[in-house]
Write a protein that binds this ligand. Structure first.
Ligand SMILES: [Fe+2]
Length: 208
């Protein structure tokens, strides 16, 4: 899109599409179902910004077209709404630079839409988008928040608590508070929506 700003209403359309995706989810794990319920009970009270969101100049934006274009099935409703605002989200890489992977700041980015420091304010819940370029390791990291990922596009290897598995689009991945986790992409980018809840959504993620 070429508009100079993405309107708050357009961003809310994306959030509502994520809610619809979660409404249709039938998680086998009761902990995942409980987390979905907790997240959306907290998301009912968020402060909507008055101003629109400017275009991002983060290099990860160059991977958006491939990531969004790979959507299929139930993810399409979400990626369509996301596509209308994706270039205008506050993409950033929040970790210190790593000597062993100095380009991670260009290959991994997070757009937090709702949260304590995000355009839509909440002190109790976060919602954002993670985009990881192909052939990239997002190294072991952890945070006190409970995290639930909805994989939109891209199959990647996900690791948590020492166990690894290939996760296809459409899956939900729950990371309990403090559990060390990582993702590795292969030939396609990984695009996923995350939420944070729990007792502490303000403490940022750190590498393990
Ligand atoms: Fe995480």
């Amino acid at each position: 899109m070429n508009a100079p700003l993405a309107t708050p209403g357009q961003v809310l359309d994306f959030v509502r599409a994520v809610e619809a995706l979660d409404d249709r989810a039938l998680p086998a794990d009761p902990a995942v179902a409980a987390e979905i319920a907790r997240v959306w009970s907290r998301l009912r009270a968020i402060a909507v910004p008055a101003a629109g969101l400017p275009r991002s100049d983060h290099p990860i934006v160059g991977h958006l077209a491939a990531a969004l274009g790979a959507a299929a099935g139930p993810a399409v409703e979400v990626t369509t709404a996301l596509g209308a605002v994706a270039e205008h989200l506050p993409w950033r890489y929040g970790y210190p630079r790593r000597a062993d992977a100095p380009d991670l700041g260009e290959r991994i980015a997070f757009a937090e839409i709702i949260g304590p420091e995000a355009p839509f304010r909440s002190e109790v819940v976060c919602l954002g988008v993670t985009l990881i370029a192909p052939r990239t390791l997002y190294p072991d990291h952890h945070h006190p928040a409970i995290e639930l990922y909805r994989v939109l596009t891209g199959s990647a290897t996900w690791s948590a608590a020492g166990r690894s598995r290939r996760v296809p689009p459409g899956e939900l991945v729950l990371h309990p508070s403090g559990v060390v986790h990582a993702m590795r992409t292969e030939d396609e980018p990984l695009l996923a929506v995350y939420t944070w809840s729990g007792d502490d959504v303000r403490t940022t993620s750190v590498y393990a």
